[in-house]
Ligand binder design. Structure first.
Ligand SMILES: Cc1cc2nc3c(=O)[nH]c(=O)nc-3n(C[C@H](O)[C@H](O)[C@H](O)COP(=O)(O)OP(=O)(O)OC[C@H]3O[C@@H](n4cnc5c(N)ncnc54)[C@H](O)[C@@H]3O)c2cc1C
Ligand code: SF4
Ligand code: SF4
Length: 479
């Protein structure tokens, strides 16, 4: 079963007379593959990578069709509390509330000054620093985060969630993984082993954990802190395989991936991907030099991301992103923006700054929103447009009303094209993989990208034509 093709036999239809189950969310294209339902599912339920390299729940048919607990714990269930409701409960006394970034105590821009963290991190190294500090000060007993698998590969994935219990382990897990990971295994581990855990995750995973905690008090008691990562969207496992093709190596020989090699002498937003190979070799290439390397075009995007309205992990105790505004985007050493939602964590950041271990300056909500302008636009006006056109058994309940008021024809086309690139990249890549014909996918991807660039940035013949016709509504900058 996948989010793209409905299951062959008896597709679950949403009925007013029964509870919804994981199958309904999957067939509606709304499953992000978090694994929360499997962690609370019956014996035999498990998460598996589908044909497109995305996690999906599997298990007994009656469970997939209907499960009363599921309705309340799936982050895409329309019957579960939304981010505003969860954050309202968790951060009732927060000093600020902003409709773009949610409730918060304070926000900062900066990086880690203490040696190593910034160079080893994808951005300013703050996630790993906070995680180490939480462990060092005994605030938690373990950090749950995505780390490289031992001997992983194109069949099982290169990263998975694990629990780190030492500074060495946490630091070895640094860096952003634009790669599917799921929570079912670590939820089982946290339930089995008493302790206080801090979980690092993208917004939907953090939301899933809070929802799961509402039906599972033991889990709620053990997950004592959540560290959110801002999120543009999630890629499938196939992005790594496509990078391998474009770097002239066979995907089976890839043993590890660094999505963002740190290059202090170059702008932070000139992403370079590095693949480590089984023979000890390495290959590198700029993202923008690859057919599917424009993040904003949506190649290999999980379909559920088109119906997500949380960019900055509004339900996490603290969340981290990149400062995608000048002068920070040009600083290849990497700079974070941080949103802190509890007094305890704000005190931790302030102490780190006072001791010279962090270099942070306080900023306001407008600053944070500017760093995520493209992501917020895509998940506010873009989401409204997509919701208006949504067809599926389960209608997602979002904090954005469906509609296209004020959207130019060109902007609508940009949103529609991103969605189609996301959907078709999975399918065309699969065909290219089955026929062992990389050129099929790469040719398609280059053509799709040049159309997208014409529409979104006015490049090439299409861009000139649209400009001459006076079709405004271009993208301000790459996300
Ligand atoms: C899918 C995805 C999309 C993102 N989109 C945006 C965006 O649009 N805008 C933006 O500003 N920032 C985005 N980020 C966040 C950004 O890439 C950095 O992760 C963030 O700025 C923290 O950098 P750092 O140097 O402080 O973290 P580091 O010190 O490098 O530590 C990163 C920590 O996060 C953990 N981690 C990495 N990936 C995952 C994952 N997938 N699931 C769970 N844990 C993980 C690592 O194990 C490590 O503990 C995204 C991250 C991801 C994973
Ligand atoms: S989004 Fe998560 S909880 Fe919902 S169906 Fe998918 S794996 Fe299960
Ligand atoms: S865009 Fe939303 S749904 Fe998609 S991975 Fe990010 S947080 Fe999850």
């Amino acid at each position: 079963m996948s989010s793209i093709d409905p299951p062959a036999a008896s597709p679950p239809k949403r009925s007013a007379t029964r509870a919804i189950g994981p199958g309904d969310i999957v067939s509606s294209g709304l499953c992000i593959g978090c694994g929360a339902c499997v962690a609370h599912g019956p014996a035999g339920a498990q998460m598996r990578l589908d044909r497109y390299g995305q996690f999906k729940p599997h298990g007994p048919k009656d469970w997939r069709m209907a499960d009363p607990d599921f309705e309340r714990l799936c982050p895409f269930s329309p019957l579960a509390p939304n981010e505003d409701e969860l954050a309202g409960e968790r951060f009732a006394g927060a000093s600020h509330m902003d409709r773009r970034i949610g409730r918060f105590e304070a926000a900062y821009v900066g990086h880690v000054a203490e040696t190593g963290f910034r160079m080893d991190g994808s951005s300013g190294g703050l996630v790993s620093w906070v995680a180490v500090e939480l462990l060092r000060t005994g605030i938690v007993d373990g950090i749950v985060h995505a780390a490289p698998t031992d001997g992983g590969g194109s069949a099982d994935g290169y990263f998975k969630y694990r629990i780190s219990r030492s500074e060495r382990e946490i630091r070895a897990g640094a860096k952003s993984r634009y790669h599917p990971v799921e929570l079912s295994g670590v939820i089982a581990e946290m339930r089995a082993r008493p302790g206080r855990y801090a979980v690092v995750g993208i917004p939907c995973m953090i939301k899933a954990l809070h929802l799961a905690g509402r039906v599972d008090p033991l889990l709620a008691q053990r997950v004592t802190l959540t560290l959110g990562l801002f999120c543009g969207h999630m890629k499938s496992l196939r992005l790594v395989e496509s990078f391998a093709w474009q770097m002239g190596v066979r995907p089976e020989t890839v043993r590890g991936v660094d999505y963002r090699l740190k290059r202090p002498d170059q702008p932070a937003n000139w992403y370079v991907a590095e693949l480590s190979l089984g023979d000890g070799g390495r290959r590198r290439r700029y993202w923008w030099d690859m057919a599917d390397g424009d993040w904003g075009a949506g190649f290999f995007q999980n379909q559920a991301c088109d119906f997500c309205d949380d960019v900055v992990a509004e339900t996490a105790d603290i969340s981290f992103g990149d400062a995608w505004v000048e002068p920070y985007s040009s600083d290849g050493r990497g700079t974070n923006v941080v949103i802190v939602r509890t007094g305890e964590l704000n005190a931790l950041l302030r102490a780190g700054t006072a001791e010279g271990r962090l270099e942070l300056a306080e900023v306001d909500a407008d600053f944070v929103a500017r760093t995520q302008a493209a992501g917020l636009r895509h998940r506010r006006e873009g989401l409204a447009y997509r919701l208006q056109r949504f067809r599926g058994p389960v209608l997602p309940r979002k904090r954005v009303e469906p509609g296209d008021k004020g959207l130019s024809a060109r902007r609508k086309l940009i949103y529609a094209m991103r969605r189609q690139i996301g959907r078709w990249s999975h399918r065309v890549f699969r065909l290219a993989r089955l026929t062992r014909w990389p050129g099929l996918y790469l040719g398609w991807a280059r053509a799709a990208l040049s159309l997208y660039h014409g529409l979104a940035y006015g490049r090439g013949w299409l861009g000139s034509l649209l400009d001459r016709l006076g079709w405004s509504g271009m993208e301000g900058r790459d996300p």
